[in-house]
Design a binder for this molecule. Structure first.
Ligand code: SIN
Ligand code: FE2
Length: 199
């Protein structure tokens, strides 16, 4: 595993997870999930997305980028919920706060292909990733797409940090274990990634 990768299982206990879900739900008012599309092909992602923070990650036929506003409501994104800022402060070891929190929602058929998070200018800051709800099989490799990979399960409350060398590692979600968690009333998995975008 590349240097700077951290896997922090059970970082949030059940109560902290429930409080975080309530907070996220409040920040979802007027901030619905949208369906991102692949650049060029325009094919929809199976994952639904929205964002919190000054900037949010979006993708459509013209490409991947950060935007100040939601692609369908055209409103600015809600602020990043306080408990997520605390997680960043506790584990990022970074001097500055995140600009963006991408919220990914996976239903039981959704997955995310191997990719690198490299739309950010500030690559010295880590990506901090929080899992809630159904268990996922996460896959991580090296700096090249063809490097060997390893996979492990991410459970509700687990946190992963892609920092240091691992900041530009290929990673993705192979599979969601539908019905494996009772945290989210409608099932599925929420993933929150905190990102510093600009230097
Ligand atoms: C991502 O790479 O943006 C999401 C990873 C995850 O869902 O755990
Ligand atoms: Fe990613």
């Amino acid at each position: 595993m590349l240097d700077g990768f951290q896997y922090l299982p059970e970082y949030l206990n059940r109560q902290a997870q429930e409080e975080l879900v309530d907070d996220i739900r409040n920040h979802m008012k007027n901030n619905p999930f949208f369906t991102p599309r692949m650049p060029r092909s325009n094919n929809p992602f199976s994952v639904k997305m929205t964002n919190f923070g000054e900037l949010g990650w979006v993708s459509d036929g013209t490409g991947y980028r950060y935007e100040k506003t939601h692609p369908t409501t055209k409103k600015t994104w809600p602020s990043i919920p306080r408990p997520l800022m605390s997680i960043w402060e506790d584990i990022s070891q970074y001097k500055n706060p995140p600009h963006a929190c991408l919220v990914n929602y996976y239903n039981s058929g959704a997955k995310m292909g191997l990719h690198v998070d490299n739309d950010e200018e500030d690559l010295a800051a880590p990506v901090v990733s929080i899992s809630l709800g159904d268990t996922a099989r996460f896959r991580i490799g090296g700096l090249n797409r063809k490097d060997p990979t390893q996979s492990f399960k991410l459970h509700s409350g687990d946190v992963v940090v892609l920092g240091g060398q691992s900041r530009l590692a290929y990673h993705g979600i192979d599979h969601i274990y539908g019905g494996s968690s009772t945290l989210l009333k409608k099932g599925g998995r929420l993933n929150l990634t905190l990102r510093r975008v600009n230097v």
